[in-house]
Write a protein that binds this ligand. Sequence first.
Ligand code: PGA
Length: 249
Amino acid sequence: MKKYIAGNWKMHKTKAEAVELAKGLVEALKDGNHRYLIAPSFTALDAVSAVVKGSNIRLGAQNMSTDEQGAHTGEVSVLQLKDLGVETVILGHSERRHTYGETDEMINKKVKLALSHNLEVILCVGELLEEREAGKATAVCEQQIQDGLAGLSADDMKNVVIAYEPVWAIGTGKTATPEDADAMHKAIRAKLESLYNESVAKETTIQYGGSMKPANAAQLLAMPNIDGGLIGGAALKIDTFSAIGRFDK
Ligand code: PGA
């Protein structure tokens, strides 16, 4: 089965470094079996767009404004992303939620705006450590799904990917066990079934994110409900990201 392997480069790489990494990945993944995406910083999107054009790697952005255009100093709009060839936008990343105060309401506004411009959305959800320890992990993720997807139709869901990223696993080297991650993905599918229907629950791609690396990718990706990965640290090097992208070769 085709998995969806996405790299979130976060606030790393100058333009020249981004181009070098993108070129290396185009070469390393050209005969890969899976779907691939890289999401550089806004500053490198234009240059990386030219590199991945015509390859099997999609271009993603890491965030987007809630508004289409206007007086929003420092923000980047959907129109500007589309203009650079961006096909996908990551929304609701936990760093946006917890460091920059993005609410489910803002994230939902961004999701709707992105879809209305035919961008694919990767909607990130995930619980904090204290929420997991309090037994609230599933409820937190279900609420983020419900609020993030408010107002979307089953048809809209064709362009939505969910990334389950437990916050305690991001950038910490601590990975959810394949069983724990799969259990949450299963709960997310159940939530999608209750919000939509069985086919949306089955067809929606659900990625796992949080310290995925070459050493654990194959085990995580072997789980029945894990359809891909959203990778941070291990996405910053050609060898580690391509090893994940070719985990079954
Ligand atoms: P990580 O980041 O792989 O460095 O844990 C994942 C993410 O935040 O998307």
